[in-house]
Write a protein that binds this ligand. Structure first.
Ligand code: HSE
Length: 314
C-alpha cells in the first residue's frame, strides 16, 4: 500500500553549543514544528502556512519549499505534494526555526516517497533551505534536526556528520526573548579573522566538550562550555545576556550561551530537576523587564524528525 499522507514532528535545535560555532548542535525533545505532507494530483509543490502566514508560501521562496523542489527534481514523482506547516518555533528565535522547516521537509517527503534517501542525503537537501534563510549552507541545525541527539558536522563539503552520544540525563533550559534576530545579520557582525591564541583556546574547548559528551563527564562539559569568539560579539543583541548567564550558572547549570544566532539563550544541566531551577532563574532575570519572553525546559531530543501519523491509499 502506498502512503498518501504523513504528519511529522520536526524538533527545535540548539546550534553552536557555545564553543562549537557552525559545527555542533543538538535536538530539543519538547519544542518543534508539525508538518503534514499529502500527495495531490497536480504535480509540483504547494505550501500552506497554518500559522505565520506572513512567511512566503511560494515554494521558491519558502525554506521548506526549496528543499521539496530539489527533492522532486531528483525523483520526479508522478504526483504533487502539499505541505502544511504549523510552526511551533518562532522564526528568528535562534532555536533552529529554518532548520526545522528545512529538515522537516526533507524528512517528510522522504517518508512519502518510500524513503529513497539516507539521512546524510536529507541533510544535504535541507542545507538548501538554510542557504535560502541565511545565505549560508550551515548544517549545525539540520543535522541534529534529522539525526537527533548531538551531532558534530566535521565538514559540510564533503558532508561528514558525526552523531555524538551524550549523558542520558543531560537537560536543557531555554529562554526566548520575543525579539527577532536574523541569522544573516548576526553573522555579518562577526569578526572575519582570529588571533591564534583565541583559536587554540576555542578548539581546546570544542575537543573537551565532545569528549565530555562521549564519556558522560559533566565536569569536562562544564569546563569546556566557553566561547571566546562568537558569544562576546553577539551578546550585545540579547537584553541582559550577562545576567541571564550568571543566573543560570548560579542555579547550577553546567554552562550557558547563545542558542544558534540568538536571541534565545540556552543552558545545559545534569538533569531535568536542575534544568527546571535554571529556567526559573532565567525567568526571574526577565520578570519585570519590558521584554516579553517564553521558556522551555526539556530533555535532549534523542530522535530527530519523527512520524506522528500516517495514512495509506485504500
Ligand atoms: N551556526 C549558525 C550561526 C546557526 O550561529 O550563525 C544559526 O542558527
Amino acid at each position: 500500500m502506498d502512503m498518501k499522507e504523513v504528519t511529522i514532528f520536526s524538533p527545535a535545535t540548539v546550534a553552536n553549543v557555545s564553543c562549537a560555532f557552525d559545527i555542533m548542535g543538538f535536538a530539543v525533545e519538547k519544542a518543534g514544528d508539525r508538518m503534514v505532507f499529502r500527495k495531490i494530483s497536480e504535480k509540483g509543490i504547494r505550501i500552506k502556512m497554518k500559522n505565520y502566514r506572513e512567511l512566503p508560501s511560494e515554494p521558491e521562496q519558502n525554506v521548506a519549499g526549496v528543499v521539496a523542489l530539489a527533492i522532486i527534481e531528483k525523483i520526479k514523482p508522478d504526483f504533487g505534494i502539499l505541505i502544511e506547516i504549523e510552526k511551533g518555533i518562532l522564526p528568528g528565535s535562534g532555536m533552529g526555526s529554518s532548520g526545522a522547516s528545512a529538515g522537516g521537509a526533507a524528512f517528510g517527503i522522504n517518508q512519502l516517497l518510500g524513503e529513497p534517501f539516507e539521512k546524510d542525503e536529507l541533510v544535504q537537501f535541507a542545507m538548501l533551505g538554510e542557504a535560502l534563510a541565511s545565505g549560508v549552507k550551515h548544517a549545525d541545525n539540520v543535522a541534529p534536526n534529522l539525526f537527533g541527539g548531538f551531532t558534530l558536522v566535521r565538514s559540510t563539503w564533503p558532508l561528514d556528520v558525526v552523531p555524538l552520544t551524550s549523558p542520558e540525563t543531560l537537560s536543557v533550559s531555554l529562554i526566548h526573548p520575543l525579539i527577532e534576530v536574523k541569522t544573516k545579520n548576526a553573522r555579518n557582525i562577526l569578526k572575519k579573522s582570529l588571533l591564534m591564541k583565541d583559536a587554540i583556546t576555542q578548539w581546546g574547548n570544542v575537543a573537551g566538550l565532545v569528549t565530555g559528551l562521549l564519556t558522560n563527564d559533566f565536569g569536562l562539559i562544564s569546563r569546556s562550555m566557553h566561547d571566546g569568539i562568537v558569544e562576546p560579539v553577539r551578546a550585545m543583541l540579547i537584553p541582559m545576556f550577562a545576567d541571564l548567564k550568571q543566573a543560570a550558572l548560579d542555579a547550577g547549570a553546567l554552562g550557558c550561551s547563545i542558542s544558534g544566532s540568538g536571541p534565545s539563550v540556552f543552558a545545559l544541566s545534569e538533569n531535568l530537576s536542575v534544568a527546571e531551577k535554571v529556567t526559573q532563574a532565567m525567568r526571574d532575570v526577565y520578570t519585570g523587564l519590558d521584554v516579553p519572553f517564553e521558556t522551555f525546559t526539556s530533555g535532549i531530543g534523542k530522535q530527530g524528525c519523527r512520524v506522528v501519523d500516517e495514512n495509506y491509499e485504500k
